[in-house]
Design a protein around this ligand. Structure first.
Ligand code: 1GP
Length: 229
């Protein structure tokens, strides 16, 4: 069906934001490897279900990035569970996941569930304050990546700059630490050149906001990734 390890490009759609059918079709047929549904603000079951049913008209793999248990529904190909490594509060690394497994563990399709070790680098990002994060230096981020690979054996380490373009040098340094764990980079990619720069190092780049703000340019990020692979 699909091999997650071969993915290079993911579009992230926010169930709380409007997107026309025409744009959604272009996104789904763009050649991106998967669509991730996720957001921080006001993610509702209704919003998730509506977006899911629209994406399902297309064959592209569809992932739910779980931010609240209230909006979890069957029907996605994969469920990504963020575990926020640089949160100051253990809740965002362990406790909400623990509670979710206590409540739903017997029903979970474990083969479709994937942990993402998150490091949120942009202090202006909503997720940064929402998950009570601590500002990480490059050295901190590199150590989190090493923990993701060697201690936790997370399938994914996600360097998150949501809303701002991050440091490609750091992405390169992180990639040097990761063999088994896939490196996802997301944040501020708005055009072909930025996509190409980050995709040199990250295994997967994630493009979100640009779909709402610079649609035509955002679609071109798919071609950028293919150019270097
Ligand atoms: C957000 O990493 C993704 O979770 C993508 O970031 O919205 O800034 O593209 P942007």
């Amino acid at each position: 069906m699909y091999n997650r390890k071969e993915w290079k490009h993911v579009f992230k759609l926010d169930p709380n934001k409007e997107i026309t059918d025409e744009k959604l079709t272009t996104i789904c047929e763009s050649g991106t490897d998967a669509i991730m549904v996720g957001g921080t603000d006001d993610v509702t079951l209704d919003g998730v279900l509506q977006l899911l049913s629209r994406i399902r008209r297309h064959s592209v793999p569809c992932i739910l990035e779980v931010s609240t248990m209230d909006a979890v529904t069957p029907g996605f190909d994969l469920y990504y569970i963020p575990m926020v490594l640089n949160s100051k509060d253990k809740k965002w690394m362990m406790d909400i996941q623990h509670q979710a497994v206590k409540d739903f563990g017997d029903m979970l399709p474990w083969e479709d569930v994937t942990a993402e070790g998150y490091c949120i680098m942009n202090p202006e990002a909503k997720a940064f304050s929402y998950a009570d994060c601590e500002l990480s230096s490059a050295e901190d981020a590199i150590a989190y990546a090493q923990m993701a690979e060697h201690l936790f054996h997370f399938p994914i380490f996600y360097l998150e700059y949501s809303g701002t373009y991050g440091d490609p040098v750091l992405v390169k340094q992180l990639k040097e630490q990761l063999n088994e764990t896939q490196l996802f980079y997301g944040g501020g990619i708005t055009n072909f050149a930025q996509a190409k720069e980050m995709a040199q190092y990250a295994d997967v780049i994630v493009v979100g906001n640009a779909l709402y703000d610079y649609f035509e340019q955002a679609i071109k990020t798919v071609a950028a990734v293919k150019e270097i692979n």
